[in-house]
Design a protein around this ligand. Structure first.
Ligand SMILES: [Zn+2]
Length: 187
C-alpha cells in the first residue's frame, strides 16, 4: 500500500489527529457517494463474525460489496453474548440465514491468558465481568464458536454455520471441520 493511494493519508494539516484524517477522507467519500437505495436487509442474507484484526479486510477477502452482509467483529471473533445478540437481531429482524465465522493466524488472543483479567483487577481494583476468551488452538476456537452459534436458543437458522481460519500471510481461508477432534498435545 503506497501512501499516495491511501485515502486517509492524503494532505491533512500538520497537527491533526488520526480522526481528523478519517473525517477528511469521509468528506471525499461522500462527495462521490450516491444513495444506493437499499433497505437494511443484507442482500446475501449472511452475517459474518470475525476478529477485529487490522489485516483482515473482510469485504475484499470475501468479494463482498456494500449492502451484502452484516459484519460483526470483536477481539478474536469470539461468539460472546453480545455477538449472539447481534446475530439474533440479524436473523429475526433483518432476515439473514447464513453465519460465517472467521478467525485468523497470528491472533493477539493467542498470546493472552485469562491471567489478563487478574492483572486488570490488580491494577484497577475491579475484575471485568467479561472473559478474555484467550485461546491456544485457533482451529478448536473456531469449532467452539460454531458450537455456540449452533446451540443458541435465540437464533432461527443454525443449519448453515461455517467456520474458517484466515491466513494473514496468504489471504486464504481454510475451512474448519466442526467434527474434528482438538489437535493432540495442544490445549
Ligand atoms: Zn485476531
Amino acid at each position: 500500500m503506497t501512501t499516495s493511494a491511501h485515502p486517509a493519508a492524503e494532505a491533512v494539516p500538520t497537527g491533526s489527529t488520526v480522526t481528523d484524517r478519517l473525517v477528511a477522507a469521509n468528506e471525499r467519500y461522500a462527495s462521490d457517494f450516491t444513495d444506493p437505495g437499499m433497505d437494511a436487509r443484507p442482500v446475501l442474507g449472511v452475517a459474518v463474525v470475525a476478529c477485529m484484526d487490522a489485516r483482515l479486510d473482510l469485504h475484499a477477502a470475501l468479494g463482498l460489496e456494500l449492502g451484502d452482509c452484516h459484519t460483526i467483529r470483536n477481539a478474536g471473533g469470539v461468539v460472546t453474548d453480545d455477538v449472539i445478540r447481534s446475530l439474533t437481531i440479524s436473523q429475526r429482524a433483518l432476515k439473514t440465514r447464513s453465519v460465517v465465522l472467521i478467525h485468523h493466524t497470528g491472533c493477539g488472543l493467542e498470546s493472552l491468558t485469562e491471567e489478563f483479567r487478574h492483572e486488570l483487577e490488580m491494577e484497577v481494583g475491579q475484575r471485568p465481568a467479561w472473559a478474555v476468551e484467550a485461546f491456544r488452538d485457533v482451529d478448536q476456537d473456531v469449532r467452539q464458536s460454531m458450537q455456540r452459534v449452533r446451540t443458541s436458543p435465540f437464533l432461527l437458522h443454525t443449519d448453515d454455520v461455517r467456520g474458517f481460519v484466515f491466513d494473514v500471510t496468504t489471504g486464504l481461508l481454510r475451512e474448519i471441520d466442526p467434527s474434528d477432534a482438538p489437535a493432540a498435545g495442544r490445549a
